[in-house]
Design a protein around this ligand. Structure first.
Ligand SMILES: [Zn+2]
Length: 202
């Protein structure tokens, strides 16, 4: 799947928004990509999951893990596209989620086996913070994280993770520390896009 084809899908579903946004990372930006608007279509989720899985076919992957909520659907589709391992064991798709203190953690009875080979999948990398935290949680649980993947890398290639990384597309979108944000300097107020879109797109 070529980057232009993916950009075409993002535009078709209206997933790229212009405005003044405060991202999960705390950074501000004039552009926001709402991946949920793409992944609401199982057809696109399946295509993108298969394309992302293809980037890791040279690796042994026993399990895909994603940070909730953003990575869950894509992680599920990536896991579906990975063939069973040599022992015929089907690939799992699990997720980590925030507990009451805001820490990502494995819940719902999800476990990883010692030395299980795990691929971490997220929808968008801005700073890669959630992916980094997910890798740490899994390693502390005994897994071996072999790589990390995302649908979109909007960091401009600046993220640094302790494993191999592959993103389907590179969307170089400027983001700013709030103190350096030109949109703030022009007097507008940043909104947190996730909840706003949830209300405006029932
Ligand atoms: Zn701002």
């Amino acid at each position: 799947m070529k980057p232009d084809a993916i950009k075409q899908i993002l535009e078709t579903v209206g997933a790229v928004r212009q405005g003044h946004f405060e991202l999960t990372s705390g950074l501000h930006s004039g552009t926001y990509v709402q991946c949920a608007l793409v992944l609401q279509y199982p057809k696109y989720a399946e295509q993108l999951g298969r394309a992302l899985a293809a980037e890791f076919m040279d690796l042994r992957v026993d399990c895909v893990a994603s940070p909730a909520l953003g990575g869950v659907i894509l992680g599920h589709e990536v896991a579906r596209a990975i063939p069973p391992n040599a022992h015929g064991k089907p690939v799992r798709a699990i997720f980590v989620e925030r507990d009451a203190t805001g820490q990502l953690t494995l819940r719902r009875g999800f476990r990883v086996e010692p030395d299980e080979h795990v691929l971490v999948i997220e929808d968008v990398w801005t700073t890669g913070g959630s992916t980094c935290e997910t890798i740490r949680v899994l390693e502390e649980a005994g897994a071996r994280v072999v790589a990390a993947g995302a649908l979109i890398d909007r960091s401009g290639g600046s993220i640094e993770l302790p494993v191999r990384t592959e993103a389907l597309i590179d969307l170089r979108i400027e983001s700013y520390e709030p103190s350096d944000c030109p949109l703030c300097h022009n007097g507008s107020v940043a909104i947190k896009p996730g909840s706003r879109f949830a209300r405006s797109n029932p």
